[in-house]
Structure formats: C-alpha cells, structure tokens
Design a protein around this ligand. Structure first.
Ligand SMILES: Nc1nc2c(ncn2[C@@H]2O[C@H](COP(=O)(O)OP(=O)(O)OP(=O)(O)O)[C@@H](O)[C@H]2O)c(=O)[nH]1
Length: 713
C-alpha cells in the first residue's frame, strides 16, 4: 500500500456468495481489508468500512478522486522501512507482515499491524496488493510497559531473577549480573543448581517451601564458578500461572548481598574464638569444646584425653631474643602441635606459652586412652626437638606435658583442666621436656585448693578479710608509714595468712575482687590517718596483684576509690611485682604514668627474686625498691647475699630510687643495712603487722626519731 509495484493482476475475486454479504462480513471485522493497485500511487481500489475506525478517514477518502493516499498517513520515520520490508517480501514471492505508526484524522498516533500479499496475473505480473490492517496499539503499549518494568527491575540494586518451576532461569536483571557476575545471556536458560555450585539440599529446601507455602525466605551462600562465594538474603515467591494472560507458574527470587555483614560476623567470631597470634582456637573456644567432649564422653561412655602443654623456660627466649622472636616461636610451636594430631583432635592456645590438646572421647578403656595420649605426647616432644629458625638463628625449645583422661559424667571442665595442669607441673618438676599422667594422689591437694577457692568466695561477702599494718621506719627510727597486709579471719576463729590463700585466689581470678577490697579499705584507713595530726604525714604501701593491675579499668577503679575515700593520692604507694612489670612494659608504664600524675608513688616488691632488668627499671616511674626478705635471712653470714643487698642499695641510689629492706629482724641486720646506705626498714625488729588501732598507737609513740646510736632499736 505504500509504493507502486511492477505489474497489476486480476481484480478482486468475488464468489457467487454476493457482494453484499461479503461487505457485511468485512465491515464486522476488527480491522480493515484492502486492495490497492500496483501503480505509482498505490491507488486504493477497495478498503472495507473498518478503515474508518482505524484511521478516522472513511474508505472513500483514500480513493480517487481524493488526493489522500494511505501511504501519506504512515508516520514519516516508518514509511521507508515499511516500503522496503514489503518490497523485499514480494520480491521473494512471500506474504508480508509489517508494523508501523499512522497519524489518524484526529492527529493521534496508532500502531498498525498489516499483513498482505501480492496479487499476480496469469503472466506473473503483480497487479495489486491485498491485505489486512489491524489496530496494534494496545499490544505495542503493553510491550512498552513490560520493557519499562524490566528496565526498572534492572535499576533495582537487588538481584532479581525468575525461574520456571523446573529451576531454569527465565529472567535475570542487572542487579543479578552485578551480584553474581553472570550476564543475562549466560544465565537465562541455565538451571539454578548448575549456575551456583550449591549443595542440592539447600536448593531443594527452598524449592519445597516455595511450592508448599508460596514463599521462602532465608540466607544462602552461593559458591560461584570462579571460586568466590556470595552470601545472600533471599526471598523466593511463587508467581501462580495466569490462564487469562496465558502464563505459567514461576518463581520470583529477590536476593540482596549480605556478604559484608557475613564477613563482619565471621571476623567477630574469629576474634572471639581464635587466638590472633597463632590462629589456634582460644581459651573460650576450647572450654566450649571441652564441655561438649565431656557431655559426649558421658553419653557414649568412652575415654577422652586432655593434654596441657607448657613451654619450658620460654621467658628466657623473650628476654634474650625479644618479644617478637618469642611470638614467632609460639607460632612455630602452634604449627608443630597441629602436625602432631589428627584433624578430629583439637589444639588450642590458652594464653602465654600454654597450649592444650584435646583428643575426643573414643577409647573404650582408660588403657586405650592412655596409649593414644602417650603416642601423641611422644610425637609432640619429638617434633619440638627440631630447633626453630628465628631471624637467621636457630632456637631450641622443649615442652612439659600434663595428661589426664576423662570419662563419664563425674568430671567438669574445671576438674579436668585442673588435673591436666597439675600433671603438667609434675612434668616440670620431673625436669621438664617430658610428660606426666595425672596422679590421683595429687587429687587431695587439688580438692583442698578447690575448697579453698569456694571458701574464698564467701569470705569476701561475709566480710572475713581484715587489714593489718606493718610499720615502715626511716634510718632514724621514725615511722614513715606502713604496708597494708591482708589477713583472713575465718568464722571458726582461725587467722589465715596471705601465703596460704593468695595463690588460690590468683589461680581462680578472685584476686581481682579481693585486691579491689584491699585498695578501698587501705585508702579509707589512710584517709582516716590524714585527719589526725600525729599520723597525717604517713604513707601507706598497698600490694597490687598482676591480675588486678592488668584489668582494663584498673586506673579508673583506683581513681574512683580515691574520690570515694577522699584519700590524698600522694600518700599512697602501690607495690607492684617484677613479674607484672615484664608482662607488658608499655601498657604498664602508661597506667603508672597516669596514676603518677595524681601523685601516687610506686614500689617494686620482692626486688631481686624475679627477672630484674635494668631496662624496665629505667623505663618505669618507680619511687622505691623493696629488698626481698629472702636476702635478709643470711645477709650477715652469706657473702653473696650481703653483696647482693649492697648492690641493690647502690643500684637504687644510682637510679634515684629509695630502697627499703623487708624482713629486718635483728639489730645486726639493721646496722648492716644502715652502713650500706639503705633508706628504710620493715620487719619484726620494729613490729609485725598490727591491727589498725595497734598501729596507730605504735606510730604515735614513734613520731620522732630516737637519738642516733648504733644499737638503738
Ligand atoms: N612473646 C610472647 N611472650 C608471651 C606472650 N604471652 C605471655 N608471654 C610470656 O611468656 C612467658 C611465660 O613464662 P612462664 O610459662 O611463666 O615461664 P617459663 O619461662 O616458660 O618457665 P617454665 O614454664 O617454668 O618452664 C612470660 O614471660 C610471659 O611474659 C606472647 O603473646 N608473646
């Protein structure tokens, strides 16, 4: 209908049916039929009445003598293409099908779908074109809407895809392409389970739920073919079949990327349950696993093994090769321990140089368990025997191993750990680099230790602790202050000295709470002295345990106690031990400096018994060195003890630190110290620890220095 064709054939065929009935049939069609000549103007020879509903023009409007042609109302942009398509089809002797836009008589645009064919005469010349025109606008608009929806789906950041009920992908948006790195051309036609290397059970579960309940929501980790994994939160919705639209049922999947959240969760989990230095499970993870192992053992009545491995003299490696080298060694040890066991066994680091190996409960007899343990312990000792290379040099390390077997429900996590720990100490006592099984004879002392810890728990709440105060005097005999000493006044009247319970309190961690009580009570006492003229100048030394000092909030806790008691921090002297100072010099120094700024003084307790190192003496803001009692005992008879004491006093002098000697029991000892230049003394020569009132009386009576004389006591 758009262009003249080469030849014209016979006029419209008419059957004997009658022109009128044909006319009626055609006018009832939802469209129009036409016949146009193959001349220069494609002259419309016939158009059915329906053309008016399509174009707004009556059929006569396209017939001579009217100048209007059907081709002229075709949208100019479409006209050439339509002509070319019809021409091409005719040239091949085929019917044509085209769609294009027209402008109606009212100026509206309509989409027309046209189908037709050439009419050929006997000579083969094309005489006319006959065809059918239909309004295609609504179909085209629906298409455009679908395309618009699809493009909106593409703009969604979520991955959206659709699959048929057999799991074959039939729609795949840009979000899915971005999230899974698969383009629509690859994804469409693929089966879900093939596209993602997921366990089929995961897919089946979601598929079953969506078929039964119409929806499934959950998280799925999808392994992609490039070996990466995407963690997604998914919502699968069943889209039912639509008989009117002729569509079948399908599954719509909307999936968002939760990899970041999952990775953050995994990082938090790792931090909570793994030791960052060695990458081994940490104490928390191990305790949890041991708990389950005990439950399993009680259930199946099999024997499991716990081995406690502690490196021998590890501290000296830290001291001689540095902390970083010590860290490397711990990592090497971790790998060796892992190599000593099977995948089902567990190696964990409890802290410091302490490791544990847990062999699950699977032996029927204790003998079987013991054999298994012996084998693993020997392998560990053997693997440890090869020197470890540390920054070019090799370093030898050995370990002591304590072994305990567990079975049944009588054991608890604490009891098993304590047995392995006790056995490890046996191995240390036996000369190290060996293993020992837990000896039931040890049980007795362990039970005593456990009972002690239980009693300690109630001691604090029942107010059974008291503080005694041992005078500290200057070289002129005047009282300078005191050291607060804890005593446990049991309900049954017994008075227990710290040596008999502090170790148990340290082992159970109760020392932190007890230490807090000591600090608060001592500060209260000191604040009281400050309010009395006779004692206002006194200082008070308070012992701080390593565990207490290492608490993250030790400094703020102490400040709160100062504020609550109104004590003058400049009269408080905190006594720290050497082992604490070497644990982490940097953070120890920070805490000390903080308190120092308030005026607090620091004394180094038991000096000379531990790992004295000049470097930390210089780095830390200390005020006083306390010579340990052990050197005083034989100071008058042992040349070496005497020279150690003299050296400590000289060292204190050169570092500008006051030196106080503990355990001064005789005048001879005091004179020796005096001659060596010792600044202060504490010991039975003066007084043992006294209750607060007794100390007040003593201090008031010894306010002023007695006349200086060699043997004045
Ligand atoms: N390098 C390093 N050292 C640590 C770490 N944690 C604790 N330590 C040190 O490990 C040492 C543990 O020493 P201990 O087990 O008490 O003593 P030891 O020298 O091994 O002696 P024995 O156990 O009696 O054979 C201490 O000096 C700690 O300061 C760490 O993460 N890295």
């Amino acid at each position: 209908m758009t262009k003249r064709r080469t030849s014209l054939s016979h006029p419209p065929r008419q059957s004997g049916w009658g022109a009128l009935s044909l006319e009626m049939l055609l006018s009832n069609l939802p469209g129009a039929v036409y016949r146009c000549l193959n001349d220069a103007h494609s002259t419309m020879q016939f158009a059915s009445a329906g053309i008016e509903a399509l174009t707004g023009y009556p059929p006569d409007a396209f017939r001579p003598p009217s100048k209007l042609t059907y081709a002229s109302i075709i949208e100019p942009h479409d006209r050439v293409a339509v002509a070319a398509q019809i021409e091409a089809a005719i040239a091949e002797g085929k019917p044509y099908q085209v769609s294009y836009r027209i402008l109606t008589s009212k100026g509206a645009t309509k989409w027309i779908w046209e189908q037709g064919a050439a009419v050929v005469d006997a000579s083969g010349a094309i005489v006319a074109l006959e065809g059918f025109l239909a309004d295609y606008t609504s179909v085209k608009n629906a298409d455009a809407t679908i395309r618009e929806h699809a493009s909106m789906l593409d703009k969604a950041s979520d991955a959206i895809f659709v699959m048929n009920l057999a799991g074959t992908i039939i729609f795949w948006n840009k979000g899915a392409e971005g999230l899974f790195g698969v383009v629509p051309q690859q994804a469409i036609g693929c089966r879900y389970a093939d596209l993602f290397a997921i366990p089929v059970s995961g897919y089946r579960k979601a598929h079953h739920a969506v078929m039964v309940e119409g929806e499934w929501r959950g998280e799925m980790s999808l392994a992609l073919h490039d070996d990466t994994t995407v963690h997604t939160a998914m919502r699968w919705t069943l889209v039912p079949a639509d008989a009117d639209a002729g569509t079948s049922a399908k599954i719509l999947v909307i999936s968002s990327d939760i990899s970041e959240r999952k990775n953050a969760e995994a990082r938090v989990h790792r931090m909570a349950y793994f030791d960052p230095l060695t990458d081994l499970p940490n104490r928390a993870r191990f305790l949890d696993t041991l708990h389950h192992a005990l439950l399993g053992s009680a259930r199946n009545n099999r024997v499991g093994v716990l081995m406690f491995c502690d490196l021998d003299n590890f501290k000296s490696i830290n001291d001689t090769r540095g902390h970083a080298a010590g860290d490397c060694l711990l990592q090497a040890v971790a790998r060796r321990l892992e190599r000593s066991v099977r995948a089902t066994d567990m190696v964990a680091r409890l802290g410091g140089d302490e490791f544990v190996v847990l062999l699950p409960a699977e032996d029927e007899t204790f003998l079987g368990g013991a054999r298994r343990a012996e084998k693993v312990a020997s392998t560990i000792l053997e693997l440890m025997a090869t020197p470890v290379r540390l920054a070019g040099d090799s370093e030898s390390i050995t370990a002591s191993i304590g072994i305990t077997l567990f079975s049944g429900s009588n054991e608890t996590v604490e009891s098993v750990l304590m047995k392995a720990d006790a056995a490890m100490y046996q191995a240390k006592s036996a000369g190290r680099k060996t293993y020992r099984f837990f000896d039931p004879v040890m049980q007795e002392s362990m039970v005593a230790q456990l009972n002690l810890q239980l009693s300690l728990r109630s001691a604090l709440t029942d107010d059974e602790f008291v503080l005694y105060y041992q005078p500290q005097v200057g070289s002129d005999g005047a009282v300078l202050g005191a050291e607060a000493l804890i005593r446990w006044q049991c309900k049954d009247g017994r008075m227990i000295l710290p040596g008999d319970f502090i170790h148990a309190a340290e082992a159970s961690g109760q020392i932190v709470e007890i230490g807090h009580w000591v600090l608060a009570t001592a500060c209260k006492q000191l604040a009281h002295w400050s309010r009395c003229a006779a004692t206002q100048h006194l200082t008070l030394s308070i012992n701080i345990s390593a565990l207490q000092f290492l608490e993250a909030d030790f400094v703020t806790d102490t400040e709160e106690i100062f504020a609550a008691t109104g004590v003058d921090p400049r009269r408080v002297k905190l006594e720290l031990t050497e082992s604490l100072l070497v644990t982490d010099v940097v953070s120890t120094a920070e805490k000390m400096e903080h308190l120092k700024a308030l005026g607090v003084m620091f004394a180094l307790d038991d000096f000379g018994t531990g790992y004295s190192s000049l470097s930390y003496l210089r780095k830390l803001p200390l005020d006083q060195l306390k010579i340990d009692t052990t050197f005083m005992r034989d100071v008058l008879t042992s040349r070496s003890d005497a020279s150690i004491v003299r050296s400590i006093i000289a060292l204190g002098d050169s570092l500008g630190l006051e030196v106080l000697a503990e355990g001064v029991e005789s005048i001879g000892q005091r004179d020796f110290l005096h001659d060596a230049g010792c600044d202060a003394y504490q010991g039975f020569l003066y007084r043992p620890g006294l209750p607060a009132e007794g100390f007040m009386q003593y201090a008031t009576a010894h306010l002023r220095a007695p006349p200086i004389g060699r043997h004045a006591g």
